[in-house]
Design a protein around this ligand. Structure first.
Ligand SMILES: Cc1cc2nc3c(=O)[nH]c(=O)nc-3n(C[C@H](O)[C@H](O)[C@H](O)COP(=O)(O)OP(=O)(O)OC[C@H]3O[C@@H](n4cnc5c(N)ncnc54)[C@H](O)[C@@H]3O)c2cc1C
Length: 353
């Protein structure tokens, strides 16, 4: 039997970041990842944006979460000798005069997060102007790959599809996974929007949202910023850009659809004056539990089991701060805030079926 302090099930943004935060607190970790099937992290654009939505709202707890994310990703970059976190300005174009006027009223409250956009290139139709902001972008696939390589080198990673109901046995001082020859002091489920039985956390009720993203080739477009107007257009190297994303709620699967593609193309045509060609199309389900809030913490009856999920559409920014909060709770060095505690959700479980 291999013995570790904590087993982490799932190597998406949640599991990867939690594994790092536990290791930084001196714990031995084994990450188990099935390496197949749908995953939001493999599709995510990794945008970290301070002002979002039609209402031009300041992103939730930006002043706390953003510095935590910057410090965390830069530390992991240094440790893995990889570059995946990029601080770059973003450009938001106003969709109509009402949005421009709303910005005029909100600009004071947004403070130095925003500034007038002086340099909107002719490739973009922007009759109402726009504004600039300091944003960032996590290259999620590269972050996951660099972390996986690092964990592998430290015997902290194993490819395995864990069946919660049959693979996990609780013991007085932790858990055992006999099929995998592993025992641990605790186990954390970081499975994202995973279907299939989970005897302990299956009662958490998702309000998940499917999202589709296109990869487009735009010859002649030279733009290093992420540009937002109804959709976002994010540089992906050379003439390639990623563009998205849709929000749909039925069906919750990872199948790209013609309707999703048409919606993104229409929104892109509304502001991009150059011709483009679609060269890729992906879809995944965002693990939304409680709009905007992650969900984490120990199981109320089985304290050797814990949960980290609900990163929703802002996983890149939320993960470092809340993974550290959970790591602190698991090591007895801190606690989980009531607002994000999984026990709140298990007290009001999903109805059967
Ligand atoms: C279209 C789209 C665009 C997005 N854009 C952004 C963005 O710009 N910025 C941003 O911050 N967020 C974005 N997101 C949200 C982001 O993708 C999620 O918040 C984040 O990826 C969730 O990570 P996770 O680890 O919880 O889940 P996942 O990424 O789904 O990871 C779960 C992992 O667990 C593994 N797993 C599941 N069950 C098992 C098992 N039984 N055994 C072993 N392994 C298992 C899966 O294989 C998977 O690797 C976007 C999402 C979508 C769908």
């Amino acid at each position: 039997m291999t013995r570790v302090d904590v087993v982490v099930v799932g190597q998406g943004l949640a599991g990867t970041t939690l594994a790092w935060q536990l290791r930084r607190r001196g714990r031995s970790v084994l990450v188990l990842e099935r390496e197949a099937g749908p995953s939001a992290s493999r599709v995510a654009a990794g945008l970290v944006t301070p002002v979002t939505g039609k209402r031009l709202a300041r992103s939730w707890r930006w002043d706390e979460l953003f510095p935590a994310a910057v410090a965390f990703y830069q530390a992991v970059e240094a440790e893995t000798d990889a570059a995946f976190f990029h601080r770059r300005p973003a450009l938001r174009l106003f969709a109509d005069p009402a949005e421009r006027d709303a910005f005029g009223r909100r600009a004071g409250a947004l403070g130095d997060l925003v500034r007038p956009a002086a340099d909107i290139p002719p490739a973009f139709a922007a009759p109402h102007g726009g504004f600039g902001m300091d944003a960032a972008r996590l290259d999620v696939p590269r972050y996951l790959a660099a972390s996986r390589d690092h964990f592998r080198r430290h015997a902290a990673y194993l490819a395995a599809d864990v069946a919660p109901s049959s693979d996990i046995a609780l013991t007085p001082d932790g858990v055992r996974l006999p099929r995998l020859g592993v025992e641990a002091g605790g186990l954390v489920f970081c499975r994202g929007f995973a279907t299939g039985a989970d005897p302990w956390f299956g009662g958490v009720r998702f309000h998940a949202a499917k999202g589709e993203v296109l990869t487009v080739c735009v010859p002649g477009l030279s733009e290093g910023r992420v540009v937002h107007r109804g959709v976002w257009l994010a540089p992906a190297g050379g003439d390639l850009f990623r563009c998205g994303a849709t929000y749909t709620w039925d069906p919750l699967d990872a199948e790209p659809t013609a309707a999703g593609r048409a919606e993104i193309e229409d929104r892109l045509r509304a502001f991009l004056r150059l011709p483009f060609e679609v060269v890729g199309h992906d879809a995944a389900v965002r693990p939304v539990v409680d709009a905007g809030f992650p969900v984490l913490g120990r199981h109320p009856d089985c304290p050797q089991l814990a949960y980290f999920n609900g990163l929703g559409s802002k996983g890149a920014m939320l993960a470092p701060f809340f993974a550290d909060q959970l790591a602190a709770a698991l090591t007895g060095e801190g606690g989980v805030e009531p607002a994000v505690d999984v026990r709140r959700h298990l007290a009001n479980p999903r109805p059967p079926g």
